[in-house]
Design a binder for this molecule. Sequence first.
Ligand SMILES: *Cc1c(COP(=O)(O)O)cnc(C)c1O
Length: 440
Amino acid sequence: MKFRSTRAMAGDVSFKEAVFAGLAADGGLFHPTSIPALGQLIASFSPESRYTDIAKALTYHLLEPEISRESAARIIDNAYDFSPVLRPLDETLSLLELYHGPSYAFKDFGAFFLASCMVEFLAEDNRQAIILVATSGDTGSAVARAFYRKDNVQVVILYPSGRVSNLQEKQLTTLGENITALEVGGTFDDCQRMVKEAFTDPELNRALNLTSANSINLGRLVPQSYYYVYAYAQIRKQLKGDIYFCVPSGNFGNLTAGVYAWQWGLPARGFVASTNVNDVVPEYLKTGKFNPRPSIPTLSNAMDVGNPSNMERLQAVFGGGRKQMSSVLHGEVVTDRETLETIREIKDRFDLFVDPHTAVGYLGASRFRQKRGIRREDRIIVLATAHPAKFLETVKRATGMEPELPEGLREALSLPKKSIPVNGTLDDLKKFLLSRFSRS
Ligand SMILES: *Cc1c(COP(=O)(O)O)cnc(C)c1O
């Protein structure tokens, strides 16, 4: 498979090139130039197939000959010691729990695969890299965990001081070793601007091999399609009707990965894009008008995105037509009040805690189920994107109870914070990077 920018027609690149570039030179996003037919492979998986076996087979078939069978196996074995868990709620709805990885959110699936690929490629070329990441909280901890103690990489994370939760800060700042946390006196936008400026600074780029690990990186997107296939394999034998996926969405990477799997041959009947009040995509699906705007803060804050970048990839898939897109995607919008009510309802009905993002997905799926006249034999799988303990305050507000903190989060909370304060300028970042990492 080759990849090209969503904006220009010229210049196909390899997977490796796309992974290290992050963004295309013209500002577009990389997406596949061809659609591999993997229907037979997908139909060969069963409920007994392990997640890592499915991931190895898909990686190889998607990326060969660039990636050999051995290399695909090594990448997956080094990436995943965790897997998704399918939890049936009733005869129609199931949760696909994607939060059993080290950072307790689904972003682990993308971040660990990307890290594993970069480590594999750097070793092949005998090179080293510095990964620069700006985070508003969640992405940073998945990336930090993914690269922790890996060879040939140093990770530098920029986060806005005082603007991430205590738990998020501990997850970013307690690892140490090859992970450095820079505590920026400024906002998340300042962090992002500094990282962007660093990538275009000639002096820095002469001295250091800088690379990114943004959520738009193809190396994070591709592996997110694997758990859709895994969920289908789990229920395939008992499935008599249609299967739908409901994806709580913000930047729409997760949903785009599902749509890729569908293009490759996953027999999904459709997808529900469930958002909070940052609803530009549901609005587009209804009206055909795409109207990006500043984001509004909500309880499901990892989905507070006013201009979702993966819309470009979705439009590339559906040829820019609302009609084609809305024949496969259905939008639902959930308010904060409804999110709280849903967290309470799920606790009452199923004795289960869910985080606010998963609640947005669940309510979207429930509405879709009624509107669409879903039949007894159909199944809807809701992606559960974060562990409820990561959003303790909101869950407590909704239910009056607290979910138990998993071991890994308790441990992070007990360790001392180690961060280096910098002001919100490129100069400060540059000084730090050159004094710490340049060899001359
Ligand atoms: C990032 C995130 C989302 C949104 O995923 P996108 O791929 O940006 O649509 C949903 N839930 C949680 C917990 C997240 O961290």
